[in-house]
Design a protein around this ligand. Structure first.
Ligand code: TXA
Ligand code: MG
Length: 317
């Protein structure tokens, strides 16, 4: 059920139940991070493999020492600058964080979400919230309460409504190797902003199938409809003359679009607006019953890199 009651949400969480919460990036499926019983329900409902660890949401950077230890200087700097906000830090974990949350790793992913409702909710709790995106494993993330309801309907008694998500794609994830920052997942905080604060950040390279952040799994965030990504939407569209096609475009594109439906992410070419609209547009295209979806590649700069990352994973076969 979609509701505005923070009070009811808090009661459910204290009873080790799952609820959906709004954040500035995407909606999360939340449980008491200190309760194995509650956290197991996240894995069951999402059909998420146990090797894929969860992000722990805390109410402020003052709580950082409750969950993490041996925190590198640059991590503190990032936390101070970007929290609350769409940046997740992977740090050495404190012992009381259940192995289930971290998939047995000695590190834990942490962030302070920037959404007034979820911050008020966290304030009523004496535990942090483990929360992955509120979608079945591998599918498109939800950016409004209705998306969550469409996925889980009667299986979630409380979907806390916080309106459409402001940022629209998941948090950027930074880990540390020998105290130096490593980018695990592109996201809503652009790497330019991060590098402005702490200098060069290395790109994580997958060693021998090791999974650091399965947000990095090659196929993820995927529609059910066959989806293509291209620099030349016009040419690819023309190569399917008999198909019903849904186009996902950055800006308007004035070529003749007979038999073709267009979703335009930002009519004036604003990247942040495009990111905010991305998943909702993909959800609509996926529900509309097209033979195929063709998405336009974004300029590879700033948030465009994060959007391209999601589109590449959405279109991987
Ligand atoms: O914006 C977001 O980050 C949203 C909202 C709800 O906060 N959450 C989200 O969670 O995107 P999820 O579970 O869909 O993605 C979490 C990512 C996964 O790719 C996971 O592998 C990675 O974080 N992760 C979690 N713990 C980790 C760890 N200890 N080391 C490396 N990666 C980790
Ligand atoms: Mg996810």
């Amino acid at each position: 059920m979609i509701t505005n009651s923070i009070e009811d949400a808090a009661v459910k969480l204290k009873n080790n139940e799952l609820i959906a919460i709004p954040t500035e990036t995407v909606y999360g499926l939340a449980a008491n991070a200190y309760s194995e019983l509650a956290v197991q329900k996240i894995f069951d409902l999402k059909k998420r493999p146990a090797y894929n660890p969860l992000i722990v949401h805390i109410k402020s950077s003052n709580q950082l020492n409750d969950v993490a230890k041996d925190i590198p200087e640059k991590a503190l700097k990032l936390a101070k600058h970007f929290w609350p906000g769409p940046l997740t830090l992977v740090l050495k974990k404190k012992n009381h964080i259940p192995d289930l949350v971290t998939a047995g790793k000695d590190t834990v992913a942490i962030r302070v979400p920037n959404h007034p409702i979820t911050l008020q909710l966290l304030d009523k709790l004496d535990f942090p919230l483990a929360a992955p995106s509120a979608n079945p494993f591998g599918s498109i993330s939800p950016t409004c309460a209705q998306h969550v309801l469409n996925y889980f309907s009667d299986k979630l008694e409380i979907i806390l409504d916080g309106g459409p998500c402001e940022k629209g794609i998941e948090s950027t994830i930074i880990g540390f190797e020998n105290n130096e920052p490593v980018l695990y997942r592109l996201g809503s905080t652009s790497t330019d902003e991060i590098e402005k604060l702490i200098g060069k950040v290395a790109f994580y390279k997958n060693k021998q199938n090791e999974i650091k952040a399965p947000g990095m799994l090659s196929r993820h965030y995927a529609p059910k409809t066959e989806t293509f990504l291209t620099n030349d939407v016009k040419a690819l569209t023309k190569s399917f003359p008999d198909k019903k096609i849904g186009l996902l475009l950055f800006q308007d594109n004035s070529f003749d679009t007979k038999n073709v439906f267009k979703e335009i992410l930002s009519s004036n070419g604003n990247m942040a607006e495009a990111a905010k609209n991305l998943y909702a547009a993909l959800h609509r295209l996926d529900e509309a019953g097209f033979d195929l979806i063709i998405a336009e590649k974004f300029p590879n700069e700033g948030l465009g890199k994060s959007i391209n990352d999601r589109l590449e994973r959405a279109t991987k076969k």
